[in-house]
Design a binder for this molecule. Structure first.
Ligand SMILES: [Zn+2]
Length: 305
């Protein structure tokens, strides 16, 4: 009996999904402990894996979606979102955690793009995931870009504002520095002028049409739109999919991105159509399960030519 585990490692939490033959799928979300380092995080992850897998068939394969930069040898070379993970030999750790399963990992944005392209039946998609950071992926002609051996699609570090805020990568004006959930909440707090703003407060104020909330969210969506327009100029994908927990939590966010894209159209380049992520905040997790099932290639719609 086969069992496949997808793990979507995030900046504040991690999601797991186990699909085992003859069993209903199980999902679980665990939050990282506040103030703990990588060892604490890994302890939480190992416990969550044990709980999800209890009473299920032995794992056949595991797919892990990672927001961090991981080198070819499987070592985390950088993750501003959780700096204590830098230097972790992820490959060795996962092989130790899953000694009998086939284990693979890939960039979370790349996996989300593949999963969204598959579920929408599309061959050309640019995906933007707005959460703790901004991730993204591109599927062109049914294949994820930039392709094996070329790293991942780091859409979140496209510079969209030369004079923009500092990004935690060390540059200024990356789309992530403007559009991420934390960056948008900080801008919202400055706009409101009193204390910090939580995601729930921003959501409510956005729905109520508060000026400070609208301004903060519009700046975020504008940065995402500029990144999509840049990708569209180079590659011409026909659909831009907007997902990620932060964007999905703000009704109408994708529509604002679409508005900005339409406003920046030029003759012959109308820009891609914008769609909300079909899989909501679960795009990367679905991609991780596809990776575990070794179905990334099969997930793509068949060649039409
Ligand atoms: Zn950056």
């Amino acid at each position: 009996m086969a069992a496949y585990l997808g793990v979507d490692v995030g900046g504040t939490k991690t999601a797991l999904r186990l699909e085992a033959d003859g069993h209903a799928a199980v999902e679980s979300v665990v939050r990282w402990p506040v103030g703990g380092g990588v060892r604490h995080d890994l302890g939480v992850l190992a416990r969550a894996v044990r709980e999800v897998c209890a009473g299920r068939p032995v794992l056949t394969a595991v797919g892990v979606a990672m927001p961090a930069t991981v080198d070819g040898a499987g070592r985390v070379v950088g993750w501003p979102g959780r700096p204590s993970w830098t230097g972790l030999d992820l490959g060795a750790y996962l092989r130790e955690l899953f000694p009998t399963a086939r284990v693979s990992w890939a960039d979370d944005g790349d996996l989300a793009a593949v999963a969204e392209a598959a579920v929408a039946g599309r061959r050309d998609v640019v995906y933007v995931g707005v959460g703790t950071g901004v991730g993204g992926g591109i599927v062109l002609d049914g294949r994820p870009l930039p392709g094996p051996g070329r790293g991942s699609c780091e859409l979140g570090h496209m510079v969209v504002d030369r004079a923009g805020p500092a990004c935690d990568c060390g540059r200024r004006g990356c789309v992530q520095a403007v559009a991420s959930g934390p960056a948008t909440l900080r801008r919202a707090a400055r706009g409101r002028g009193v204390g910090e703003v939580s995601a729930a407060e921003l959501r409510q104020a956005w729905l109520d049409g508060a000026q400070w909330a609208r301004a903060a969210v519009r700046d975020s969506a504008d940065a995402v739109a500029l990144a999509v327009v840049g990708v569209a100029e180079l590659l011409g994908p026909d659909v831009a999919v907007v997902g990620g927990g932060f964007a999905v939590g703000l009704p109408g966010y994708a529509a604002v991105v679409a508005e900005h894209i339409r406003a920046s159209a030029r003759p012959g380049r109308p820009g891609p159509a914008v769609r909300e992520a079909v899989l909501g905040p679960l795009s990367s997790l679905s991609g991780a399960v596809l990776l575990a099932r070794d179905q990334l290639a099969e997930a793509q719609p068949a060649d039409s030519d």
